[in-house]
Write a protein of this length. Structure first.
Length: 511
C-alpha cells in the first residue's frame, strides 16, 4: 500500500507543478508578446502598473511586500502591474476572508465561558496589563487561570505525553497540523484515534494540503474516514495562480475533551522525534495545557473546522465544565492566541514585539528562521542598544539554503547593534519560543519570517510568571553550550557572499 501511495503522490505533484508552470509561461508570453507588438496595449499595461504602484503605496500592507512588488514593476513595467492584479484581485480570497471574519466574531463569546480573568491578572501583575488587554479586548483571546502547564524541550517527550493523554479521552479528540507523515510518530497516534472513534468519540483531523504536499497520498482522507476519523484537508492546493494559495494552516493543535491541549513547533513526522535524520538532531519545543486555557485552543480548532466545512457546531455543549468550575490549580496566568492572514491584525508579531519592548534584563529567542521586517528588526536592535541582553538561537544546519543566506544580512545588522546570534551546531533548531526577565514567555508555531508572521494561520500560548517561564529559559540556556556564537566577520566572508545575501534579502517576503 505504501508503494502505491508513493506512486500516486508523485504523479499528483508532478501534474500540479506542471500546470502551474504552464500558466506562468502562458501569462508571461501573452503579456510580453502584446507589449512588444501592439503599441497601445504596451502603454496601457505601463499605465496600469503606475496605477497599481500608487494604490500599493497607499495600501495598509507590510513595507517588505510593497517593496518587492514595486521592485518587480520597476524591472517589468509591462508585466508587473497586470500580474499583481491577476494574483490578488480574485473573489475566492475575499470570500475566504469574509467567512473567517464572520465565524470568529460569532464565536468570541464562547472563549470566556470560564469567566473574565483579566482583572485578576491586572491586580497581581500590572506590568503586563498592556499585553493582556491587547490580546483579550482587541484580538479576542482571553486570559485564563486554573491551568497547569508542562513544557516539552523535545519531540520525544512531547510524543510520549500525547500518546498518554489521548488514551484518556472520553468525548472528543481534535488534531490540527501543518505536516503529517506516516511513520513511528504518526502511526501509533492513528491507531489510538481509530480505537477511540470505534468507541464513539468524536475524532477529527485537519491538515494543510500544501504542508503535506510531499508527505501524504491524495486518498489519505478516505483512509482516515474508513477508520471513523473525520478529516479536513485545509485549503486544497490547486494548480491556479492565486494569493489564496499563500494562506496555509501552519498551526499545531491537539485538543482532548477541551480539558487538555497541546501546541508548539512540532509537526507529526519522524524527524521531529529523531527517528530519522534530515538536518542533524531536531531541536523543538511544545507546551501542554490542562485546565481552562485548553478550551481556548479547542475553540481555535473548531473555528477552523467550522469555516472550512460550513458545519454548525454547538460550542457550549463541547465546553467541559458546564455548571461546574474547573478543578485545576492555577500556575500563573495563561493566554492562548491565534493569528490569521486574512485580517489586518498581525497578532503573532505584536506578541513578540510587546515582549521585546517590555524587556528590562533579557530576551532569549529560539527560531528556525530569521528573516524579519523593519518593525521586529527595530525592536530587537533598540532593546540591545538599551542594555537588554538579546540572544537568538537559529539552526546551524538549515532546511532552506536561500533562507540561511538571506538571514546573514540580518545577522550583520543585529550583531552590530549588540544582539548575540547563535547557531545550534547539533542540527536543526525548529523551536519557536520567547522568554524574558523570568516573567513572561511564549511557546507557539510562529517563526521569525514573513510567511509565518503574515501569510499563515498560526497559534501560540503566552504565559505569565508560571513554571513554564523558567522551563523555557533553562531549555535555552542548556542549548547555548551546543550553539556557536556568530561573529560579524562570519556573516559574509567575501564580497560575493555579501552581495548574494543582500539580493536574497530583497526577496525575503517571498521566502
Amino acid at each position: 500500500m505504501q508503494t502505491r501511495w508513493t506512486r500516486h503522490l508523485l504523479r499528483r505533484r508532478v501534474f500540479v507543478i506542471s500546470l502551474l508552470l504552464v500558466q506562468i509561461i502562458f501569462i508571461v508570453l501573452l503579456i510580453a508578446g502584446t507589449g512588444l507588438y501592439i503599441t497601445y496595449v504596451n502603454w496601457f499595461l505601463r499605465f496600469l502598473s503606475i496605477i497599481v504602484a500608487i494604490r500599493l503605496l497607499n495600501k495598509h500592507e507590510k513595507a517588505g511586500y510593497k517593496f518587492i512588488w514595486l521592485f518587480l514593476m520597476m524591472l517589468f513595467p509591462i508585466f508587473g502591474g497586470a500580474m499583481y492584479i491577476f494574483f490578488y484581485f480574485q473573489a475566492n480570497p475575499r470570500n475566504f476572508s469574509k467567512a473567517y471574519g464572520t465565524i470568529t466574531q460569532s464565536t468570541k463569546e464562547y472563549f470566556q465561558l470560564s469567566g473574565n480573568r483579566l482583572p485578576e491578572l491586572i491586580d497581581s501583575m500590572p506590568e503586563f496589563e498592556a499585553q493582556a488587554v491587547y490580546l483579550q479586548n482587541y484580538a479576542g483571546f482571553p486570559v485564563y487561570s486554573h491551568t497547569q502547564q508542562e513544557y516539552f524541550p523535545s519531540g520525544e517527550t512531547f510524543h510520549r505525553s500525547v500518546l498518554e493523554e489521548i488514551e484518556k479521552a472520553e468525548r472528543y479528540i481534535f488534531l490540527e497540523f501543518f505536516i503529517l507523515k506516516q511513520g513511528a510518530m504518526l502511526d501509533p497516534i492513528i491507531a489510538i484515534l481509530e480505537r477511540k472513534a470505534q468507541q464513539g468519540l468524536d475524532v477529527r483531523i485537519i491538515y494543510d494540503d500544501l504542508g503535506c504536499f510531499m508527505t501524504l497520498p491524495r486518498d489519505f482522507p478516505k483512509y482516515l474516514e474508513k477508520k471513523g476519523i473525520k478529516c479536513l484537508v485545509f485549503n486544497p492546493f490547486k494548480p491556479i495562480l492565486s494569493s489564496l494559495q499563500n494562506n496555509r494552516d501552519h498551526r499545531k493543535i491537539i485538543s482532548i475533551d477541551g480539558r487538555v491541549a497541546f501546541t508548539g513547533g512540532l509537526n507529526i513526522a519522524d524527524e521531529y522525534i529523531n527517528v530519522v535524520e534530515r538536518f542533524g538532531h531536531w531541536k523543538d519545543a511544545a507546551i501542554m495545557l490542562k485546565g481552562e486555557a485548553a478550551w481556548s485552543l479547542t475553540l481555535i480548532f473548531l473555528q477552523m473546522w467550522h469555516m472550512s466545512r460550513r458545519e454548525h457546531c454547538d460550542y457550549r455543549a463541547m465546553y467541559p465544565w458546564n455548571g461546574t468550575p474547573c478543578p485545576e490549580f492555577s500556575d500563573g496566568f495563561v493566554q492562548p492566541y491565534a493569528d490569521s492572514p486574512v485580517d489586518d491584525e498581525n497578532v503573532g508579531e505584536h506578541v513578540y514585539i510587546q515582549i521585546i519592548n517590555k524587556a528590562k534584563k533579557y530576551v532569549y529567542i529560539n527560531t528556525p528562521y530569521l528573516v524579519v521586517d523593519d518593525n521586529l528588526l527595530s525592536a530587537l536592535t533598540l532593546a540591545a542598544k538599551s542594555g537588554v541582553d538579546v540572544r537568538i538561537i537559529t539552526p546551524y544546519r538549515w532546511d532552506k539554503w536561500f533562507v540561511a543566506v538571506a538571514s546573514r544580512s540580518y545577522y550583520r545588522q543585529l550583531i552590530k547593534a549588540g544582539v548575540k546570534v547563535y547557531e545550534y551546531t547539533a542540527g536543526f533548531n525548529h523551536g519557536k519560543t520567547f522568554v524574558s526577565d523570568d516573567q513572561i514567555a511564549t511557546v507557539g508555531t510562529t517563526n521569525l519570517d514573513f510567511r509565518s508572521l503574515y501569510l499563515h494561520f498560526e497559534c501560540g500560548v503566552l504565559v505569565f510568571r508560571s513554571k513554564t517561564v523558567q522551563a523555557v529559559k533553562q531549555d535555552f540556556l542548556r542549548t547555548l553550550p551546543v550553539s556557536k556564537e556568530i561573529t560579524l566577520e562570519e556573516c559574509a566572508r567575501n564580497i560575493f557572499q555579501m552581495i548574494l545575501s543582500d539580493v536574497l534579502r530583497i526577496f525575503a517576503p517571498l521566502m
